[in-house]
Design a protein around this ligand. Structure first.
Ligand code: PMT
Length: 215
């Protein structure tokens, strides 16, 4: 349903799991399908926002009315999000960003061998970088945790200078990666938290957009 909740605002949404190249045909990836981020982008557009979806590879259709920026790696994602940061009012980072990348991806396909090891180096923390140079933007992060969800979530709100964090316990059935439903908790700076029951990712996305409009 269309609303005017975010009319006149520009919202950047990230989605999917970044892919870190090993060679031209292989990568390190994760289980993110992009469903959560695409649902948020769809709801942001329906709420009247100019919506820019910066997405790692997925099998999903780009929602109607959304500007699409495809990326592959964490470094690509950082570059594209930073390019539009100044002009946006909110960034919602639902992407599962790889914390490490291969130090030097091979230019040619690596041939079979008995043993092989990869040297990994740390990727930039995109959200933390945005938090450090925040001016007028509202920053909404996600946290994928398997234990101590609220405690780790609160630490992320502080460390990344967030206005809101959407924490999901990805060890729960029907929540988190590659399912159509999610069960999340909104964590704000200070003590305030809001627990939501299990619901479709579209409904979670509607609640996130309503919360962002409040911010
Ligand atoms: O895509 P789906 O299959 O629908 O699954 C949805 C989801 C589980 C991927 C989503 O709900 C979710 O939890 N996304 C965040 C996953 C994650 O990377 O969590 P994190 O706790 O590792 O990272 C915390 C925050 O920092 C996230 O907003 C992340 O986008 C950001 N981050 C992380 C690492 C990094 N190098 N740069 C970042 O900006």
């Amino acid at each position: 349903m269309k609303t005017d909740l975010l009319k006149g605002k520009t919202v950047v949404v990230t989605a999917g799991g970044t892919q870190e190249a090993i060679d031209p045909v292989r990568f390190i990836g994760n289980k993110s399908s992009g469903k959560m981020g695409y649902a948020i982008a769809e709801q942001a557009a329906l709420a009247g926002a100019r919506t820019i979806l910066v997405s790692a590879p997925t099998h999903l259709e780009v929602p109607y009315g959304v500007e699409f920026v495809p990326v592959q790696s964490a470094c690509d994602m950082q570059k594209q999000v930073e390019a539009v940061y100044e002009e946006c009012d909110a960034v919602i980072m639902a992407a599962a960003v790889a914390d490490f990348r291969v130090a030097e991806a091979a230019e040619r396909k690596i041939k079979k061998m008995e043993h092989m090891s990869l040297e990994l180096v740390k990727n930039p923390d995109i959200l933390k970088g945005l938090g450090e140079k925040k001016t007028h933007q509202k920053l909404i992060g996600f946290a994928a945790e398997t234990n101590d969800v609220i405690e780790y979530g609160r630490a992320k709100v502080r460390n990344k200078n967030l206005d809101m964090l959407v924490a999901n316990d990805v060890s729960k059935e029907n929540a988190g990666f590659n399912v159509d439903t999610n069960e999340v908790t909104f964590i704000y700076p200070g003590e305030q938290i809001t627990n939501l029951p299990l619901m479709s990712k579209q409904d979670v996305a509607k609640r996130i957009i309503a919360a962002v409009a409040e911010l």
